[in-house]
Design a binder for this molecule. Structure first.
Ligand SMILES: [Zn+2]
Length: 329
C-alpha cells in the first residue's frame, strides 16, 4: 500500500518518514483515534515502510516483505489483541522471548498492539520492562481509541500521534477514489453523516441508498413532531426494534444539526436541507423551533447514542426522546 492510501494524515506520515530516514525510529508508537479513524492502516503503513525491500518514501506494497505483512504472516511481525475483555500477561509472555531475537527477515521486529487500553496492569508492566531496555530492532505500534486509559508510565515511553478527522474535501477525495461510481448526492449525505471518520464513510458508501434513508428519517420525524400524540408509544416500540436504529439516530442528529445551523443563519451551501428544502417542505414548521430547543434535542440524540452501547431500555429511551421532540417534556 502506498501513502495515497492514507488521506488526511500527511503530518503523521511526514513525521514517520523523517524518523525512518534519519534512523531515529523510536521503540514505541501510539496511534490514537476513534474506531474507523485509520489507526491500523497507518500502523501497517509504518510496519511495511520499516521493512520494505524497496526502501523508498513509501512501502512498495509489492516486495515479499510488504506482501507478508499485508497477509499477516511476516515472521518479524507480531500482533496482540484482546482475548476476551483484555490483553493478558500470558499473551505478552508468549512472544516476549521472540521479541529479543534479531529480526529473521526484516530490518525491524514489529509488535502491533490492537486496543492497547485493554492491556491488564501486569501486561502493561511487562511491556514497560521491555521498553526500559528494548532490543535494538524492536518497535511496538500501539493502537487505542481511549489512550487516556493507558498507564502513564507506558504513555511516557511512546511517541503519540492522534489521528484527525478528515475534512469534507478529504472525505470526498477518499470516496471518489474508493467508490468512483458513487452518485454525487449519495456522496454528499455520506460526507455529512460520517463526520470525518474514513472507516464510517467507506462502510456507508458500501451500503448506498442514503438519500432514501434520509428521506425516511425526515418522514419519521415529521410524524413524531406533528402527528397524533398517541402514535408516540407504538412508534417508539417499532423503532426500538429496528436493526438500523443507530443509523436512524445519526440521521435524526444530522437533521437537527442542520436545522440548528439554519436557525442560527449558518445554512451555507453545504447544507443538505437547504438544497432539498422544497422536497422536504413538510417539516418546515419545525424550522421555527428555538435554537435552545434544537440544541437540547441534538444533545439528547448524542446521549442516547452513547446509552445504546450500554444496553438501556431502547423503547423507554425513545419514548422520552420523542416526547422531547414534541416539546412535551
Ligand atoms: Zn515493499
Amino acid at each position: 500500500m502506498t501513502a495515497t492510501g492514507l488521506i488526511g494524515q500527511e503530518l503523521i506520515l511526514k513525521a514517520l518518514r523523517r524518523a525512518w530516514q534519519r534512523g531515529e525510529v523510536n521503540h514505541a508508537y501510539l496511534f490514537s483515534g476513534p474506531a474507523g479513524s485509520g489507526k491500523e492502516t497507518l500502523a501497517l503503513f509504518f510496519a511495511r515502510l520499516l521493512n520494505c525491500h524497496a526502501a523508498g518514501e513509501s512501502p512498495c506494497g509489492e516486495c515479499l516483505s510488504c506482501r507478508k505483512i499485508s497477509g499477516g504472516h511476516h515472521p518479524d511481525f507480531y500482533r496482540l489483541e484482546p482475548q476476551g475483555a483484555s490483553i493478558k500477561i500470558e499473551q505478552l509472555r508468549g512472544i516476549k522471548e521472540m521479541l529479543h531475537f534479531f529480526p529473521r527477515e526484516g530490518r525491524k521486529k514489529i509488535c502491533l498492539i490492537q486496543d492497547a487500553e485493554h492491556l491488564t496492569l501486569p501486561a502493561a508492566n511487562s511491556l514497560l520492562k521491555i521498553l526500559e531496555e528494548p532490543p535494538e530492532n524492536l518497535v511496538f505500534l500501539m493502537l487505542s481509541a481511549r489512550p487516556w486509559a493507558l498507564p502513564g508510565t507506558v504513555l511516557s515511553r511512546c511517541i503519540q500521534f492522534h489521528l484527525r478527522p478528515l475534512t469534507p474535501d478529504q472525505m470526498a477525495l477518499l470516496l471518489q477514489r474508493e467508490y468512483p461510481d458513487l452518485p454525487a448526492e449519495e456522496r454528499e449525505f455520506i460526507i455529512a453523516l460520517a463526520r470525518g471518520n474514513p472507516g464510517d464513510g467507506l462502510a456507508m458508501a458500501g451500503q448506498r441508498g442514503w438519500e432514501e434513508k434520509y428521506a425516511e428519517a425526515w418522514s419519521i420525524l415529521d410524524s413524531i413532531e406533528n402527528g397524533p400524540a398517541k402514535e408516540i408509544w407504538p412508534r417508539a416500540e417499532e423503532i426500538s426494534k429496528r436493526e438500523d436504529l443507530s443509523t436512524l439516530l445519526d440521521l435524526f442528529a444530522l437533521i437537527y444539526r442542520e436545522r440548528l445551523l439554519a436557525r442560527l443563519g449558518f445554512d451555507g451551501e453545504q447544507s443538505i436541507i437547504k438544497k432539498r428544502f422544497g422536497f422536504y417542505n413538510k417539516g418546515k414548521d419545525s424550522f421555527s423551533a428555538s435554537p435552545v430547543f434544537l440544541e437540547k434535542i441534538s444533545r439528547s440524540l448524542l446521549d442516547l447514542q452513547g446509552e445504546l452501547l450500554q444496553n438501556v431500555n431502547k423503547r423507554l429511551a425513545l419514548e422520552v426522546l420523542f416526547l422531547q421532540m414534541r416539546g412535551a417534556v
